[in-house]
Design a binder for this molecule. Structure first.
Ligand code: DER
Length: 225
């Protein structure tokens, strides 16, 4: 991915928009991690926030840097969610799931009053065209694979780096990375994928992001729909 300085600028800029007393959705990935670290420093300086983590990784980092944690069932609302993305299109449709955390990310990001994406310029594209991560029930992987092919996709079971066999998500499921080429109608593909039996979550986030903070060498550009 892009430069860490750009990711850090984006993450810190988004963390700056958090207000005292906010409940904050804590996203997953290296860019959202910068926002979590910035929130840890803000808590040290007296900011009162509670975080709702989207993964073991986000939870462990929040604990490490001192962001108090709560969970979705314990709060009335999420004021703002800050999360990364693998791709951001011109109209702020996203592909997420590079970290295989997109099932919980989507729950938290969609529940938030304000969903802020943090990214470096390498994530920006006119049209989404990366593979779409699809979290599937393990026993459904063959039937989902066939359904993805029927929708013109090429599914690949995501294998782990330091574990033999497939990646297993925080929810105990598997991930198919589904290549569709340029996705000109993300909304309809999202609906197609969501209705396949055995699909737990897919990585198309359409109409959810309220803003994206893009870090650059000399600052942050905020894009809204
Ligand atoms: O898994 C996700 O959706 C993450 O947000 C991730 O894909 C973005 O990761 P990065 O900020 O490390 O590029």
């Amino acid at each position: 991915g892009g430069s860490d300085a750009a990711k850090r600028r984006a993450g810190e800029h988004a963390a700056d928009t958090v207000s005292d007393g906010d409940v904050v959705g804590l996203g997953t990935g290296s860019t959202a991690a910068h926002a979590i670290r910035a929130l840890g420093r803000a808590v040290d300086a007296g900011l009162d926030v509670r975080g709702v983590a989207t993964s073991y990784a986000a939870r462990d980092l929040a604990r490490e840097v001192g962001v108090p944690l709560t969970d979705l069932a314990a709060v009335e609302r999420i004021d703002v969610a800050i999360d990364g993305a693998d791709q951001v299109s011109d109209d702020l449709a996203l592909i997420k799931g590079g970290g295989a955390a997109h099932a919980r990310e989507k729950v938290v990001d969609a529940a938030a009053d304000r969903f802020v994406v943090v990214a470096d310029p390498s994530k920006e594209t006119a049209t989404l065209d990366r593979p779409v991560p699809v979290e599937v029930l393990p026993d459904a992987r063959a039937t989902v694979r066939r359904a993805v092919r029927d929708h013109g996709g090429t599914p690949t079971l995501r294998t782990a780096e330091r574990k033999d066999g497939p990646v297993v998500t925080d929810n105990g499921n598997l991930v198919l990375d589904c290549a569709f080429g340029p996705i000109t109608a993300p909304e309809s593909l999202a609906t197609d994928l969501a209705t396949v039996p055995g699909v737990v979550a897919h990585g198309l986030f359409v109409g959810l992001a309220d803003a994206v903070h893009v870090g650059h060498a000399d600052g942050v550009r905020v894009r809204t729909t």
